[in-house]
Design a protein around this ligand. Sequence first.
Ligand SMILES: *Cc1c(COP(=O)(O)O)cnc(C)c1O
Length: 451
Amino acid sequence: MTNNAGELRSLPSVDEVLTRLAHLADRYPRALILGEVRRALDEAREVIRAGRKASPRPIEEVVEERLARIALPSLRSVINATGVVLHTNLGRAPLARFAPLFGYSNLEYDLAAGARGKRDVHISGLIERLLGKPGIAVNNNAAAVFLALKELAAGGEVVVSRGELIEIGDGFRIPEIMAQSGAVLREVGTTNRTRIEDYRSAINEHTRLLLRVHPSNFRIRGFTGRPTLGELTALGEQARIPVYEDLGSGCITDLSAYGVDEPLAVESLRTGVDVVSFSGDKLLGGPQAGILAGNPELIARMRRNPMYRALRLDKLILQALETTLRSLLMERWDEVPALGMIRQSAADIRARAERLVRQLGVEAEVVAGESVIGGGSTPDQSLPTWLIAIASRDVVALERALRGGDPPIVARIEADRLMIDLRTVFPEEEPALVSALTQALNRTQGGRSCS
Ligand SMILES: *Cc1c(COP(=O)(O)O)cnc(C)c1O
């Protein structure tokens, strides 16, 4: 590797770079600057040793840029112009605007009694009123599934249809969660068809739970079938084995009038399911959380399981969840952004789009399209919408410029045009969207001016 030696030697020393960055001393801690200089030099050496071409940029420039980036928040608000309401990459359900708690709180303090309280009280009454059954909340639905299996089935068997052994995004696989919980999976039926007799004949003295899983983001078409929920709960009752349903999205409000066909949590419980669980940040429209509700004794057992302590909610999440649940109970749908977006009519979105196009001052068309629910809800569900379609000489550069802006705007490209779906854009974000679009169009010299 002697041919690299010269190049390696030409790299500046740590001290040389530090001297060139002396002007940063009052902006960043010395240890941070030093760390970044070492990191950048290590990377440069790595590149040279691998025989790749070293960057022509001076090390101090790289370090200064990185320090500036480190000093800024990485997690920030984004304008979602994709029309995907529960966008997994954009934080699933959009957060409502509300003031987070400051300082101390009555998280576990009963102010009336002047004594120790439980954090559960802030949401338990709301869950019970919404679902008609008591419930608890944990970190997410994956945690809820884990806790349910652990408490209700560890050391025993869980009967589940082969067609429901799903994997949803980011490594959530029912069989793996099951293995971690210490419960043994008893698969029944085939991928596309399972009958109630399959469940019945799988039951033995080790069976602890009958599990039903919402197939979420996948759908088998054609010759398919599974028992009705009623058949399953009747079997559970007869065999004295609890039925647990992982609903995934867990619709709390009936959205069928808007074209969203998801099972309602309250319907499952009325059908006799002993325990349901679902996410807080899918169709519920709240923060990341997992809700478990149902039979009071089973819920109390899960609450007492030592794992609950490891999976419980932080006060900020609890506050956001409480706010969402109260809005749902009070039927103030527009306070839950995801629901407000789903309930918006195509005509309203069209009017907003036409108004925005007039402000843009570039040639743009308003065309019919489809928004999607996303977030692991049934994949073929879409909502009619109207899109702003912007032609540009370099649509890829336009999309990139919007993404790199402040606030960042995420939009999609379709047939060489930039598509903006206002369903997922808050009305208060429209002025920022207009100015970002105008600037980006000017910079990428894309949109043809009207004048
Ligand atoms: C989304 C989903 C989960 C996981 O929920 P998280 O809140 O993301 O942990 C589990 N089961 C089903 C059926 C789902 O759709």
